[in-house]
Design a protein around this ligand. Sequence first.
Ligand SMILES: *Cc1c(COP(=O)(O)O)cnc(C)c1O
Length: 332
Amino acid sequence: MNLARFPRRRYTPHATPLEPLKHLSRELGGPEIWIKRDDLTGLASGGNKTRKLEFLVADALAKGCDTLVTVGAPQSNHCRLTLAAAVKEGLKCRLVIEERVPGTYDPKASGNNFLFDLLGVESITPVKAGADLAAEMQKVAEAVSQEKGRKAYIIPGGGSNPLGALGYVTCAEEMMGQSFDQGVAFDHAVCASGSAGTHAGFLVGLLGTNAHLPVTGINVRRPRAEQEANVHALAQATAELLGVPAVPRDAVVALDEWVGPGYSIPTDEMKAAVRMLASLEGVLLDPVYTGKAMAGLIGLVRRGHFTKGQRIVFLHTGGSPTLYAYQDVLQS
Ligand SMILES: *Cc1c(COP(=O)(O)O)cnc(C)c1O
């Protein structure tokens, strides 16, 4: 792989930590569990979208754009980080907010929604679930271009296109380097699987470095077959962009047993996972993605899918600002 061929901005001036979760591992009595702390990437409050934006924003700047336009749910970490990248680069940012769960968009809500205001978003366009999001973003971009000298750059939801997914190819390379430096070999990796860019990029990076490290994605929204098809399609397109071999379909695993009633809707397993990681390890997960992904990892250990003697790495993709919008659900 030769990632240096792609223009990139740098938002995290260091590798994110790779650490053992000793107390959690002891508590569960199964495999040794490690964590890759991608909640500690750069830009306001960090998270996985920072790595994708390094490539996406470099492309926006190369194309002479002055405004980033993107879309997300009312508590979108991706929208917060896209806005933060825009602020850092001296660009403007306009957001389309999809009310995925009807009745959940509250312009006065805390968490990421509050940060949209604090970081100085130029405009927010709320739309109903099921709206044509590409068309909504296109409309916003056209409104920008009506203004003299301005040009918008549209970033798809979650920053999940092949260029954005390169961010998670870099994460896989970084993590395998740390694995070697720290003398720890992993048997399996686990990550949240949403708009698919993280899962797809990570997989392509692990295959492209011949890491022989299988990845299990834990879905936060879609049924298994649909999500696996999405991840596979994006992984193929990313592999093509990079010029590495095609991704075998059976390398894509995205389990749907921890979604619960739906995207962003709390589950008991999520609550337990968030509270466990905070109280045992001092690590803040989030209620929408990493709480459910960690619930999946814990579930897989408890049912004996991952066992003693194995070493598992969990990719922490961030999201802690959302905790403050779910205090009533999570507080004891
Ligand atoms: C967006 C997000 C994910 C999912 O990543 P995708 O690339 O959309 O699949 C996981 N965790 C957090 C905290 C996120 O914000």
